[in-house]
Design a protein around this ligand. Structure first.
Ligand code: R5P
Length: 310
C-alpha cells in the first residue's frame, strides 16, 4: 500500500499530486507548540505502507526540515515499511561543500538528520547540486522542470539565446537550448555575499538576440539582475525572459526583478506562488511530473525520461 502525506510547506501542490495519482492525501497533522516546537502526528494506517512525504524545504527552511524529520519519525514509529522524502525544493543544497575554512556542510547535516529518522530515499526536482546523491545514504532520484519549460516556451523565442547566469547553470541551459533548438551562452559569477553577486565574463554571442536566462532558483534576484546588466552591456535584444524552477523571491526580489523590465518570469509551483503582483510571473505546475515519478517509484519502474541528469 502506498500513501502520500504532506507537511505544511506546500499542501496545494500535494493535493494536486494526489489528484493526478487518483488518490487522496493520507491525514497528517502538523502543528506548533506555543514555544515554537513543531509537533506532528500521522494516521496509524501508514503501518506497513510505502510512504511518500511531500515537503519542499521552503522558507522558513529550518522549520520545514524539522517538520519533515518529525513526519518521517512518526511514520517509522507507526510501522511504515519504506519512507520517501519528496522534496520538490531541497533547501540547504547550496551548502554542499565548504567554501572557506570553519564552515559547516549544511546539505550533509540535513541528509544525516533525515537518514537518522528513517528516510529511505529522496525524490527531488532540479536540486541545486548533483552532490546530493553522494550526501544521502539511500537513493536520490531527481526530475527536472527543463522539459516543462521547453514545452511551454517552444515557438515563443525564435531569435533567442539561452543564458546560464553562472557556471552551475550551464548544463541546464545547454539542455534547454538543445530542446528549443537555440544557441547557448553563459556568464561567470562571483558571489560576494548571500545578497550580492558580481557578473564577470560573458561566453557566447548574445548581440541582437533575446536572452532566456535559465537557473535552478531565484532567491534575492541578485543573480538575474547581474546577468541582465551584463547581457545588456553586450547589446542583447529586448526583452529578457527568465525561467527558474524554484521561485523563492526572498527580501526585495520582486522589486529587483520588476525593475528589470522582463518579458516574463517563469517558475514552477515547487514553492507556493502568488501571482497578481508587479512581476510578470508565469507559474507552471510540477504536479504531473511528481505524480509520474511517484507512480514509477511505487511500481519499481525506472524514471527513464523523467530523470534529471546533472
Ligand atoms: C546559485 O548558484 C543558484 O544557482 C542561484 O543562481 C542563486 O541561488 C540565486 O540566488 P539569488 O537570486 O539570491 O542571486
Amino acid at each position: 500500500m502506498a500513501a502520500l502525506l504532506t507537511g505544511s510547506a506546500n499542501p496545494p501542490l500535494a493535493a494536486t499530486v494526489a489528484e493526478r495519482l487518483d488518490t487522496s492525501l493520507t491525514p497528517a497533522h502538523c502543528t506548533r507548540f506555543p514555544d515554537g516546537e513543531s509537533a506532528v502526528s500521522v494516521d496509524p494506517g501508514v503501518r506497513n505502507g510505502d510512504i511518500y512525504l511531500l515537503q519542499p524545504l521552503t522558507p522558513p527552511v529550518d522549520a520545514q526540515v524539522m517538520e519533515l524529520a518529525l513526519l518521517a519519525d512518526a511514520c517509522r514509529r507507526a510501522g511504515a515499511r519504506r519512507c520517501t522524502a519528496v522534496m520538490p525544493y531541497v533547501g540547504y543544497a547550496r551548502q554542499d561543500r565548504r567554501t572557506a575554512e570553519g564552515q559547516a556542510v549544511g546539505a550533509r547535516v540535513v541528509a544525516d538528520l533525515l537518514t537518522a529518522v528513517g528516510v529511505d530515499r529522496v525524490l527531488a526536482v532540479d536540486p541545486h547540486t548533483a552532490a546530493l546523491e553522494a550526501l544521502f545514504t539511500g537513493p536520490v532520484d531527481a526530475v527536472s522542470a527543463v522539459g516543462l519549460f521547453a514545452e511551454r516556451l517552444e515557438g515563443d523565442l525564435a531569435d533567442a539565446v539561452v543564458v546560464a547566469p553562472d557556471l552551475g547553470a550551464v548544463k541546464r541551459a545547454e539542455r534547454l537550448a538543445g530542446r528549443l533548438g537555440l544557441p547557448a551562452a553563459f556568464v561567470t559569477k562571483t558571489r560576494l555575499s548571500g545578497r550580492e553577486v558580481a557578473a564577470g565574463t560573458l561566453v557566447g554571442e548574445v548581440a541582437g538576440r533575446r536572452p532566456l536566462i535559465v537557473d535552478d532558483m531565484i532567491s534575492t534576484g541578485g543573480t538575474i539582475e547581474a546577468a541582465a546588466a551584463l547581457l545588456r552591456a553586450h547589446e542583447c535584444a529586448e526583452p529578457i525572459t527568465v525561467a527558474a524552477t524554484h521561485g523563492l523571491f526572498v527580501e526585495e526580489a520582486d522589486e529587483v526583478l520588476a525593475a528589470l523590465g522582463l518579458a516574463a518570469v517563469h517558475v514552477t509551483d515547487t514553492l507556493p506562488q502568488h501571482t497578481g503582483g508587479e512581476l510578470p510571473l508565469r507559474v507552471h505546475s510540477v504536479a504531473p511530473l511528481l505524480a509520474a515519478a511517484i507512480d514509477a517509484l511505487v511500481h519499481e519502474r525506472p524514471l527513464g525520461e523523467l530523470a534529471a541528469h546533472g
